[in-house]
Design a protein around this ligand. Structure first.
Ligand SMILES: C[S@@+](CC[C@H](N)C(=O)[O-])C[C@H]1O[C@@H](n2cnc3c(N)ncnc32)[C@H](O)[C@@H]1O
Length: 288
């Protein structure tokens, strides 16, 4: 794992000045086209960044999303202290997710949308893959040294922006990854439309989301970190409607390595409930 000093040197847009973007004069708001070469630094206080945030919230679920993002930051601050995750090997975890979303990643320009602090691309990076990340909490993750990665991999540049309007040119990417994110955003159809816009035709998109048995969805209003609750078929229909063809799918019950004692089950009650009503839906889809 990288030490704090190495983590702090991750090239994150947010909080580091806007000059390289302005020089190119290509950053338009919202969702305009900067090239990936312009992928440098951007201050979170800059009006342009603020406009991206406003764009993400408009027409979406602004209040719910802000709450979800606060819950998200809280989760990542303490996740390694949770006994359920303490011993998780991120390398093994991501290899499994890659396998469940259709096998080896392709090479080429690859964007991890909603990459979080422990992106798959920080652990699984085949030869010829050029990694980029985007996450509205990037600045928090970097500032608080929450980013984890394999020591032998170069840090990837991460844009501190939401995905409802992405600053990339049309058809500029070979592959997009969006793991455990679409059910956390403000406006999922818009994020899918943006992914469709920036992916080359035939490019692949890997997805996984938590899905739920249909009957339980109306009781999930207390589930703050999620802005959407879909069942597998609803989610699949949404992705297909966004202009993607499903080439691989898998749905499996949600599992946690829970203590088997009654006290353990009570301590981790929400997790225990999840094993009864929640699933993980994995997809590999192709941009039409
Ligand atoms: C559950 S975490 C998953 C992180 C990572 N993909 C992983 O699997 O470890 C959800 C991530 O989605 C990000 N997110 C939420 N809303 C977003 C949006 N509108 N655009 C892009 N990312 C978003 C959050 O900041 C958070 O890092």
């Amino acid at each position: 794992m990288k030490n704090a000093e190495q983590q702090a040197s991750f090239p994150i847009f947010a909080g580091m000045g806007l000059t390289p973007w302005r020089q190119h004069g290509v950053l338009s708001v919202p969702g305009g086209g900067a090239t990936l070469e312009d992928f440098r630094t951007l201050s979170s206080a800059d009006p342009m960044v603020q406009a991206y945030y406003a764009g993400a919230a408009a027409g979406g679920q602004r209040k719910r999303w802000q709450k979800a993002q606060a819950a998200e930051a809280r989760f990542w601050r303490t996740w390694r202290q949770n006994t359920l995750y303490q011993h998780v090997s991120l390398y093994d975890f991501w290899l499994e997710v890659v396998a469940k979303t259709g096998g080896e990643l392709a090479s080429g320009r690859t964007l991890d949308v909603g990459c979080g602090p422990v992106s798959v691309l920080n652990f699984v990076r085949p030869k010829g893959l050029e990694p980029f990340g985007l996450d509205p909490l990037a600045e928090v993750y970097a500032r608080e040294n929450l980013i984890e990665s394999r020591d032998d991999l170069q840090p990837m540049p991460i844009a501190g922006l939401p995905a409802e309007g992405m600053p990339f040119l049309d058809q500029s990417l070979d592959q997009v990854i969006c793991f455990n994110v679409l059910d956390h955003v403000s406006d999922a159809p818009r994020v899918l439309a943006e992914i469709h816009r920036v992916l080359k035709p035939g490019g692949s998109l890997r997805l996984y989301v938590h899905t739920f048995a249909g009957w339980i969805k109306r009781f999930l209003f207390f589930d703050t970190p999620h802005t959407y609750h879909w069942d597998h078929e609803e989610f699949k229909a949404l992705v297909e409607a966004g202009g993607f063809k499903v080439v691989h799918e898998l749905m499996e019950p949600k599992t946690f390595d829970l203590p088997q004692t009654l006290l353990g089950k009570l301590t981790f009650f929400p997790y225990w409930v999840a094993t009864k009503v929640a699933y993980t839906s994995y997809f590999k889809v192709e941009r039409l």
